[in-house]
Design a protein around this ligand. Structure first.
Ligand code: C5P
Length: 224
């Protein structure tokens, strides 16, 4: 049975690199994230390449548009092997409802993106004129009201989300094994995030940029 706790984000525009990583990673140990870098470069072919190797797919395309556009975009993926699919919760209740109906019609779970983990308190204040916790809480409420299957959130919102939104799946990016200097600001270790209630962890560069990606993945799994 596949262990889907860790979702490896393969953020590359190159088919050769994608294939290299897919050949190295063990489909029993992780799921694969197809996000905008991969999808905008390789298009729908990326689904075949990933699914043919036996991996489950997290399609983190983060749709954010009017309800009709989002719903029809999602329906256009009928027949594709997508397990989880993302939309921005800030698209509003009508968009979320249509997105949920469309995702379920193509047998995918629908996951709402709350706040990007690259945003810190100052960034959130500049965009939303409010503090992170209040904005996140408001977005979780919308996700619940629209009956989404889950949310993408930072590890720092997990405790609160577990108490107030126990039925939403929690997918957590911003996982780091050591201190980092990249663009992620709200980071935590894999074991801490799982202990706080995360269902899936999205991990990109710590695995894909290591010399031996599958060995790195195994090392992370051993810490859990
Ligand atoms: O390389 P890294 O581990 O930072 O990759 C994290 C992945 O999770 C990226 O593909 C990024 O797009 C995604 N993500 C995120 N924050 C969110 C939602 C998705 O970092 N709120």
């Amino acid at each position: 049975m596949n262990n889907n706790k860790i979702i490896v984000a393969i953020d590359t525009p190159e088919e050769e690199r994608l294939i290299e990583l897919l050949n190295d990673l063990n489909p029993d140990l992780c799921m694969i994230k197809i996000g905008s870098i991969l999808f905008n470069s390789l298009g729908r072919r990326s689904f075949d390449l990933v699914a043919d190797k036996g991996f489950n797919i997290f399609f983190d395309i983060k749709f954010h548009d009017i309800p009709n556009t989002v719903a029809h975009s999602i329906l256009s993926f009928k027949g594709y092997p997508i397990n989880l699919l993302t939309v921005h919760i800030s698209g509003g209740i009508n968009m979320l409802t249509r997105a949920r109906e469309a995702a379920h019609a193509i047998n995918a779970k629908i996951i709402g993106v709350s706040l990007l983990t690259s945003l810190d308190q100052k960034d959130v204040e500049r965009v939303f004129f409010n503090d992170i916790q209040k904005v996140a809480d408001n977005l979780f409420n919308l996700a619940k009201e629209a009956n989404l299957d889950g949310v993408v959130c930072s590890a720092y919102e997990l405790k609160h989300a577990m108490t107030n939104f126990p039925n939403l799946l929690k997918i957590v990016p911003g996982i780091r094994l050591t201190s980092n200097n990249d663009d992620q600001k709200r980071v935590m270790s894999a074991v801490e995030a799982l202990n706080l209630g995360a269902n899936h962890l999205v991990i990109g560069r710590p695995i894909t940029e290591s010399k031996y990606p599958n060995t790195e993945l195994e090392k992370i799994l051993e810490t859990l």
